[in-house]
Design a protein around this ligand. Sequence first.
Ligand SMILES: Nc1ncnc2c1ncn2[C@@H]1O[C@H](COP(=O)(O)OP(=O)(O)OP(=O)(O)O)[C@@H](O)[C@H]1O
Ligand SMILES: [Mg+2]
Length: 256
Amino acid sequence: MPTEQKEVIFAVFVASFIFFILAVLVILLLYNYFRVRIQREKEILKTVFQTQESEQNRISEDLHDDIGGKLSALKLQNELLYTELINESTKEIVVQNATLIDTIVKDIRNIVRNQSSKYLLQNGLRSELSSLFDQYKKLKGIHVELKFLITELNLLPDFQIAIFRVLQELLHNSVKHSKASIIKLSIANTSNKLEIIYSDNGKGFENLSPENAGMGLKNIKTRVQLYHGQIQFTSETDIATTFRIQFELAAISSKK
Ligand SMILES: Nc1ncnc2c1ncn2[C@@H]1O[C@H](COP(=O)(O)OP(=O)(O)OP(=O)(O)O)[C@@H](O)[C@H]1O
Ligand SMILES: [Mg+2]
């Protein structure tokens, strides 16, 4: 082969090699750019949810301490008033006032418990979910079945809050939209996965397109994605609506 031809082949080889290296570099840079961007977006979303939680905690504390305190004082004054009264019909009104105050205190206690994540972190997911489902059972007359089959997992506190908010929204939706009479929830784990299955026997989704999702369903999706989870959903008109949510344990639990 003539020397000139050899030089051309060598030059083509070197140029191809440089081009290949540059292409690999560009791909690596782009990959890293998008990886960092997705990570940053996730961090921002986590901060948004955390800020939302702190604000809910603050409002709950104000409700509990301020309004709750004033209602206790009102109850005491009402009791004192009762002892001073002689007229039976006026006494009856004061008794009705006492019942009304008790109902308001109970309602406020429920709001505080549902909005503040303090109780969840203190008492644990199982206890707070049972209490949430009990409220729906008592107040809405819905038959609820809660199966909590997880072993000691050391779930991350932020994840526990996220899951509680997801289930709160699913429960709220079943009551608001589906006219369900039975709601079932099971939370179980295998050696490497956590699986949550939630279902109601309501009227089902009329239209499955993502466009008809409101803030509730969008927030559920975002919260699940933040922990690299997967969510599947099936709905049969007038039979059942089921949500199946799965997470890798490594993404949602802290090492012991
Ligand atoms: N369990 C359910 N059964 C039947 N339809 C449902 C159920 N859950 C949600 N839907 C339907 O999906 C729609 C979107 O729900 P989504 O929670 O996103 O919004 P929303 O409840 O209407 O408003 P919000 O933003 O306050 O949650 C609802 O308007 C309703 O039509
Ligand atoms: Mg909703």
